[in-house]
Design a protein around this ligand. Structure first.
Ligand SMILES: *Cc1c(COP(=O)(O)O)cnc(C)c1O
Length: 393
């Protein structure tokens, strides 16, 4: 793999490339193959013994998967990584590798819905308990939540859908002090906006399905971090099978070439729209990290390059008004994805977070009338006109 340490983010994303095949293709070849062939019995033995670094079987590794991993490793300033079939594949494998039965997780309360399901419905089978803390909880209070069996601190920032910001530096220091693994799901920010490893994260997880693909086509996931941790994760992954398909890796690697330019536009449009929403008389409040009015605006400025593409806002009139509003939009899609080139609008209270009680919803910053907007790459004036017409209707 060709890599030059002093190049910029965009250049590395474009110029990191697997070896060319004998056809001298310019864009990376797609190695859609389940296995690879050996010259002789000795080469096969040496490959299985890991004396020779080469692809054996696509559940273990594949040139397309390796190219995708290498790009994300560089973007996150990590040492190594493992790719997965989906973001949840990455989340589950990461916890399964590093936690033992009876361990304890200290997690921010606002985590992705399926991650919450792992913590509350599946991990208890192995006697693994989770304690939640709120995004704004003071660090000295968090310290009281650490138990002798606590193994890791887990957070997402910005959170979904409340776009709250977690203090990565403070959490990184706390984790280090208590010898805990600090694991960050960096999906909403992308490594272009925020690199948790610089704040002490040991492992960084992504759903590549979101802004990394950015065009709503394939599922994928990845975990990156320190070499020795990734080695353990790799052994778990290659034996348990949630491997990223070579085709999806090929799509995702190509997508990363445009990550910086896309995320810049997503964020610039989101800020424009957030400012306009804030002034609209039918809106009760707007949450966007790069608005002055965001309660953690200073923290967002410190750890993020731009504000991301997710805005949450409250339509006056609560639940029914919120649902009517999204029905009245024409351009925005009603869809479960986010970070797509197409703007997507959802009503978390009745969909993605409907399994939480009213009280739990409010604890993660969800109100009945809250709308989550994933700002796409359409022209920001067209997105705004759609929202404005729906609000005025
Ligand atoms: C979507 C998402 C996931 C899960 O990713 P999949 O690719 O859908 O499995 C995990 N974390 C966050 C923050 C997400 O948005």
């Amino acid at each position: 793999m060709d890599k030059k340490p002093n190049q910029h983010f965009e250049t590395q994303a474009i110029r990191t490339q697997m070896e060319r095949s004998s056809y001298s293709e310019h864009s990376s070849a797609l190695h859609l193959t389940s296995s690879f062939v050996f010259e002789d019995a000795e080469e096969m033995r040496a490959s299985f013994a890991e004396e020779k670094q080469r692809a054996i079987y696509s559940r273990f590794s594949n040139p397309n998967t390796s190219e995708f991993v290498q790009k994300v490793v560089q973007m996150e300033d990590a040492e190594d990584g493992v790719a997965f079939a989906s973001g949840m594949g990455a989340v589950f494998a990461t916890f399964s590798t590093f936690l033992n039965a009876g361990d304890h997780i200290l997690s921010a309360r606002a985590v992705f819905g399926s991650t919450h399901a792992l913590f509350t419905k599946f991990f208890p089978k192995w006697n693994i308990e989770t304690t939640y803390f709120s995004a704004t909880e003071a660090i000295d209070h968090l310290e009281n939540l650490i138990q002798p069996n606590t193994r890791c601190i887990y957070v997402e920032s910005p959170t979904n859908p409340g776009v709250e910001i977690l203090d990565l530096e403070a959490l990184g220091k706390l984790a280090k002090k208590h010898n805990l693994l600090f694991i960050v799901d960096n999906c909403f920010a992308t490594p272009y906006l925020q690199q948790p490893i610089h704040y002490g994260a040991d492992l960084v997880i992504h759903s590549a399905t979101k802004l990394m693909d950015g065009q709503g086509r394939v599922l994928g996931g990845i975990t990156v971090g320190k070499k020795e941790l990734i080695r353990a994760l790799y052994l778990f992954a290659r034996n348990t099978g949630a491997s990223l398909s070579p085709f999806n890796a090929w799509v995702l690697s190509k997508s990363l070439e445009t990550l910086a330019i896309r995320v810049d536009r997503h964020c610039d449009s989101a800020l424009e729209i957030a400012k306009k929403l804030e002034k609209h008389p039918r809106i009760n409040g707007v949450k966007y990290p790069f608005l002055n009015s965001h309660p953690q605006h200073q923290l967002a400025l410190k750890q993020m390059k731009k504000g991301g593409n997710i805005i949450s806002f409250e339509v006056k009139g609560g639940l029914e008004a919120g649902r009517k509003f999204i029905d009245a939009t024409q351009l925005c899609s009603l869809s479960a994805n986010l970070g797509d080139s197409r703007s997507i609008i959802t009503h978390p209270s009745s969909t993605t977070h409907s399994k939480l009680s009213q009280e739990e919803q409010s604890e993660v910053g969800i109100t009945p009338g809250m709308i989550r907007l994933s700002v796409g790459l359409e022209h920001h004036e067209d997105i705004w006109n759609d929202l404005k017409e729906a609000l005025d209707a």
